[in-house]
Write a protein that binds this ligand. Structure first.
Ligand code: SF4
Ligand code: SF4
Length: 448
């Protein structure tokens, strides 16, 4: 592998289930290209798990890059910032890839990309100041989850002994985390040191799937230099199996600890952060510039020029695809996110969100299997890393028996798609799991 003398650990826990997907990391060697700023962005007020923000600007206002344009007093949320400079031309609504409708601020560019003049590195001397700064950065989990980072970091002091930096990137096609490790490795290490020191976490594991030898080489080399002065930081190579990057699976692989149903990673002494989130945090602490752009992979058989790009938040999916040469064949399926957990979209006039890490477009020959009856082969159960029987849960959904859905463990489903991927009958198992979970939520609401 060419890792001269660097310390690279092997996984501690062996993942049960999961599936071997074709990696298709076609853009792994392509540097991230910054696209020209668009003429217009539409910035949704809900780009995270938790409470939506409310717009704090009005039509006609002049805004600049990094200026806060949406906020809320709710704890589980993250403020939203202008990603281009210009004039607010609308404060209305937009529809997201998952079908949700949210409020949104439209900004027409002045072509200047002027930085907000109030931007300066945050003053951080205490844990509280650090958490306030993380909130002000607008950072959410950039690996796709969109969970507000300041909430994740607000664990009880002394309860976390291991920071697991998630660089698994186990979904096919997506390579931006791999590029982050290679192109911005010192930001990654700097972000790790900041989190480790301020939150007093003694041990750090950077977990990478072993199909990314270049990232492992770069990270292990600099981790070794940092470790000499700053305590334990190790790189761990993991088996390339999907969904290796799912939070609970990652914790088990990296530490051998299992997060019980309904519990948090901090309950077993762990904090998991995506590698791009850690790097962004380092840049924010240095510059004070909040989260206003992100990197994503544009790929798939229908895309003319697959590549990794960096774009302002709120730029339209269609415009990004145009910059990648447009479609080379009629797209049969367009997805924001990975092919396993992403959302299919029918309209490309939707904005890129903070947590979007890919835009994929496929022609018809790469489309899904035809749906037929279940043949009771059991492959969906064998593939499930959470020990669920997706075929059985699909049958319970039809009966409407919510108690039985709960007993079957429905709520621990992480919607990873391994069951559907394995199903020879093309059953819509993930949609069924989502439906089952929503039935449980609705029943809980109805019962107060
Ligand atoms: S049941 Fe849920 S957790 Fe299990 S494989 Fe299917 S989507 Fe993944
Ligand atoms: S994998 Fe598909 S066909 Fe096989 S048991 Fe599960 S749902 Fe049925």
């Amino acid at each position: 592998m060419g890792i001269s003398g660097a310390k690279v650990l092997s996984a501690v826990g062996k993942v049960r289930g999961g599936v071997h997907v074709l990696h298709q990391k076609n853009t792994a060697d392509q540097e991230i290209v910054r696209l020209p700023a668009p003429n217009k962005v539409v910035i949704p007020m809900q780009m995270h798990i938790g409470a939506p923000c409310a717009p704090i600007v009005n039509v006609g206002d002049t805004v600049s890059v990094g200026q806060c344009i949406g906020d809320t007093t709710a704890f589980v949320s993250a403020p939203i910032h202008a990603s281009i400079s210009g004039t607010v031309t609308a404060v209305g609504e937009t529809t997201l890839a998952n079908g949700a409708v949210t409020r949104a601020v439209t900004i027409e560019s002045d072509g200047e990309m002027r930085l907000f003049e109030g931007i300066e590195p945050p003053k951080i001397d205490t844990r509280e100041e650090f958490l306030a700064a993380v909130r002000a950065s607008g950072l959410v989990g950039l690996g796709g989850a969109g969970f507000p980072t300041h909430v994740k970091l607000a664990f009880k002091p002394g309860t976390v002994d291991t920071l697991v930096v998630n660089a698994a990137e186990c979904e096919p096609f997506i390579t931006v985390d791999n590029r982050e490790c290679i192109e911005n490795s010192w930001d990654v290490l700097s972000g790790i040191q900041i989190v480790k020191e301020i939150l007093q976490i003694p041990r750090v594991v950077i977990a990478v799937e072993r199909n990314k030898p270049k990232a492992i080489e770069v990270l292990s080399s600099i981790a070794r230099q940092v470790e000499k002065e700053k305590g334990e930081i190790a790189v761990m190579q993991l088996r390339s199996i999907y969904p290796q990057g799912a939070e609970k699976i990652m914790i088990y692989s990296a530490t051998g600890r299992r997060v019980p149903a309904g519990k948090l990673p901090s309950d077993v002494g762990c904090l998991v952060m995506n590698v791009a989130s850690v790097a962004m945090l380092a840049r924010y602490v240095k510059s004070g510039k909040p989260l206003v752009s992100r990197s994503l992979t544009v790929d798939g058989s229908a895309i003319c020029v697959p590549q990794n790009v960096r774009v302002p938040i709120g730029m339209s999916v269609g415009e990004i695809i145009d910059h990648c040469g447009g479609f080379k064949s009629t797209p049969y399926k367009i997805i924001t996110g990975g092919p396993m957990m992403g959302f299919s979209i029918i309209n490309t006039d939707i904005p890129v969100l903070k947590q979007n890490n890919a835009i994929l477009a496929f022609s018809k020959q790469d489309s899904l299997k035809k749906e037929t009856d279940c043949i009771n082969c059991g492959r969906c159960a064998a593939a499930c890393p959470m020990h669920l029987q997706a075929n059985r849960i699909a049958r319970i959904v039809k009966t409407g028996d919510v108690e039985e859905l709960i007993r079957a463990g429905t709520n621990v489903c992480m919607e990873c798609g391994s069951c559907a991927f394995s199903c020879p009958a093309g059953r819509p198992l993930v949609q069924n799991m989502r439906l089952a979970k929503s039935m449980i939520r609705e029943a809980a609401k109805a019962n107060g």
